[in-house]
Design a protein around this ligand. Structure first.
Ligand SMILES: Cc1ncc(C[n+]2csc(CCOP(=O)(O)OP(=O)(O)O)c2C)c(N)n1
Length: 213
């Protein structure tokens, strides 16, 4: 919502709201979800591995990580064409351990690419807790090593997320550079319905339940 509708966004498996916020017609979206020919990928895909150029959405790639390099490419094209546009790309905390994350952030830093890297840090990469995923205190700290601006915000505070993206997007359009934005959140369900949540201590659920209420 905080970006212009012709700015590219690269969502992941937890960001299906992007499709509705971008105004995709719901009948066509439902046809997509049901794998019908009149969806967006002519029945070849269903839920979130599809994109639509018309709505400036790049579909999720199953292998975690590569979407960040693609965001760099879109950012570079925008820079070369002097379009003054921002690209936003999502990754989960688990995806930050992929080599693609490091490569994409590094090249975005040295080429001043107008890309907002959003880390949706929901405390677990599938069943791997974040303390087994990275050694630094916060994922936002990684921005220091790449020499790019970074910050951590409350990902459950919709206004904080909106304001941060809106403010930075405006600034980046005029002064192209990347931003690493860590949004702290939690998932109250399993990675997917089948895997359950047995690996999550009950206290964590209690803690996050209190934050949500
Ligand atoms: C390169 C790669 N390795 C493993 C997987 C299998 N996989 C799919 S989602 C996922 C967990 C991702 O964790 P995170 O990005 O934190 O998102 P979460 O689903 O936990 O919210 C894994 C390991 C994959 N898709 N790609």
């Amino acid at each position: 919502m905080a970006l212009d509708k012709d700015e590219y966004i690269l969502p992941m498996h937890r960001n299906l709201g992007v499709f509705t916020v971008r105004g995709l017609p719901l009948d066509r979206l439902f046809m997509q979800l049901q794998g019908k020919y009149n969806g967006f990928s002519k029945g070849r895909e269903r839920s979130f591995h599809f994109g639509t150029n018309e709505y400036h959405i790049v579909g999720m790639i199953s292998h975690l990580g590569p979407q960040m390099g693609i965001a760099d490419g879109i950012g570079l094209a925008s820079l070369l064409k002097k379009e003054n546009k921002v690209t936003a790309v999502f990754t989960g905390d688990g995806g930050t351990s992929e080599g693609d994350f490091h490569e994409a952030l590094n090249v975005a830093a040295v080429w001043n690419l107008p890309v907002i890297f959003v880390i949706e840090n929901n405390a677990y990469g599938l069943s791997t807790p974040v303390n087994e995923q990275y050694k630094c205190e916060d994922l936002a700290d990684k921005g220091i090593g790449y020499g790019i601006e970074s910050m951590q915000i409350d990902g459950n505070n919709i206004l904080a997320v909106y304001d941060t993206i809106k403010t930075y997007a405006e600034s980046i359009r005029n002064n192209p550079r990347p931003l690493l934005l860590e949004c702290k959140t939690f998932r109250m369900r399993g990675h997917e319905e089948a895997s359950g949540t047995k690996y999550v201590p009950k206290e964590l659920f209690d803690e996050w339940e209190r934050k949500i209420l």
